[in-house]
Design a protein around this ligand. Structure first.
Ligand code: GLU
Length: 426
């Protein structure tokens, strides 16, 4: 196991998310009434449901759907399958989704869900029954104009098709065709969008390009370490390589590898696809987790779990730029230490928003029953993320704050303007 498990991990993730929120709210002087509303999710749905295992026995699962805020549009966010899933984690992730959508100016709120289990331990048949039974248990808590799940860690396009099909089958026959947008991240044939699969990685590339333009840095030749080589990490590696960056070290749940002369991101992706992890990749040497963090690189891309860059490893990091492709990978204290040491952090709500932005495009395509070309998707994604990054840089200048706080301020300012117009009901 190469993922860090430091004592800080026992701190509540939701408390960390709320701390970041209050810090930004303080700097921008957010209206205290809105502050009170936004510090908590609106709804917390917990479902316990039975599923038949292949052995014939039934097992009870616990699933969550947290609806943080829907001022700007339907609750929106992924469904995570991992043994780590608990109420605290999903609350934090749902909160970050609200900021992400507001920052990118897309008409969605924030939500997140999950089931506490390890999908790798189940057959495809068991997985299907778990997903369908969970969707049934959520019932009308989700809906194409109410709360729209998407893939996250441990789930994928197939998961979304099972959710969509289950939801559609509990909808009146005459309305079934209009509920495709109840989930996004679907495979193309089942109503997905071109470019959705790579969207988060694509957005990470745009964030790096934006930062390179801002700071006058040449992307080509940057040396990169990536933690996590699933959907996000492997797309980041391949896209960075296409633009001339060099992947030097990669770590995931199976091990860590390093090659100071560079690792082929494409070959590694094929290897991971075949064997399920980076371990055993022959064109790089195995290394320890400590060596991975201390790799001689310019850029570190955490693309796995939260709380990975902590006070236990931050001092060993050689990279000068952390690009948060994962949600919440850097603890607040570690971020302070990294910034104090002269490093820079591109924050998660900006960097990894490509996924939810293309989810929005998919939802629009479902509503209009009109597919977009990949070119259109990529261009609109680029425009959306570059504009969000521009707004963040402006806020950073205006408030003289960190880039994370600036991104929060852009999001909170948008929410504040809408609350000012609509008022608080009743
Ligand atoms: N799970 C992704 C995220 O954390 C995507 C969410 C979505 O597409 O709704 O941003």
């Amino acid at each position: 196991m190469t993922l860090v498990d430091s004592p800080e991990k026992r701190q509540s993730l939701h408390e960390q998310a709320v701390r970041q929120f209050h810090e930004a709210a303080e700097i921008m002087d957010l209206n205290p009434d809105y502050r009170a509303i936004l510090a908590h999710p609106k709804n917390e749905v917990i479902v316990n449901f039975p599923v038949r295992m292949d052995s014939g026995e039934y097992r009870s699962f616990r699933g969550y759907r947290i609806q943080h805020n829907n001022l700007l549009g339907p609750y929106k966010g992924g469904i995570r399958f991992s043994p780590h899933v608990d109420l605290d984690e999903v609350k934090a992730l749902a909160t970050w989704m609200t900021w992400k959508s507001a920052l990118c100016d897309i008409p969605f709120g924030g939500g997140k869900g999950g089931i506490a289990f390890n999908p790798r331990e189940h057959s495809r048949e068991e997985l299907e029954r778990i997903v369908r039974r969970f969707t049934h248990a959520l019932g009308s808590n989700i809906g194409p104009d109410h709360d729209i799940p998407a893939p996250d860690l441990g789930s994928n396009g197939q998961t979304m098709v099972w959710m969509m099909d289950t939801y559609a089958n509990s909808t009146a026959a005459a309305n079934r065709q209009s509920v495709k947008g109840v989930v996004t991240g679907k495979p193309i044939e089942s109503g997905g969008s071109l470019g959705r699969e790579k969207a988060t990685g694509q957005g990470v590339l745009f964030s790096l390009q934006h930062w390179c333009d801002e700071t006058g840095t040449d992307l080509a030749g940057l040396r990169v370490a990536i933690q996590g080589y699933g959907n996000v990490g492997s797309n980041v590696g391949r896209l960075f390589e296409v633009y001339g960056a060099q992947v030097i070290a990669v770590a995931d749940h199976t091990g860590a590898i390093i090659n100071n002369d560079g690792i082929s991101a494409f070959e590694l992706a094929e290897h991971v696809e075949k064997v399920g992890g980076v371990a055993g990749y022959s064109a790089a040497g195995e290394c320890s987790v400590e060596d991975f963090w201390a790799a001689d690189v310019d850029v570190l891309v955490p693309a796995a779990l939260e709380n990975q860059i902590t006070m236990a490893n931050v001092d060993s990091i050689q990279a000068r730029l952390i690009i948060e492709a994962a949600n919440g990978p850097t603890t607040p204290n570690a971020e302070l230490a990294f910034l104090a040491g002269g490093g820079e952090v591109l924050p998660d709500i900006l960097v990894n928003a490509g996924g939810v932005v293309v989810s929005y495009f998919e939802w629009l395509q479902n509503k209009s029953a009109q597919p977009w070309t990949l070119d259109v998707v990529d261009h609109k994604l680029r425009d959306t993320l570059m504009a969000a990054a521009d707004r963040t840089v402006v806020a950073k200048g205006n408030f003289g704050c960190t880039r994370r706080h600036a991104a929060y301020i852009v999001a909170l300012d948008k929410l504040q303007r809408v609350y000012n117009q609509r008022g608080i009901f009743p």
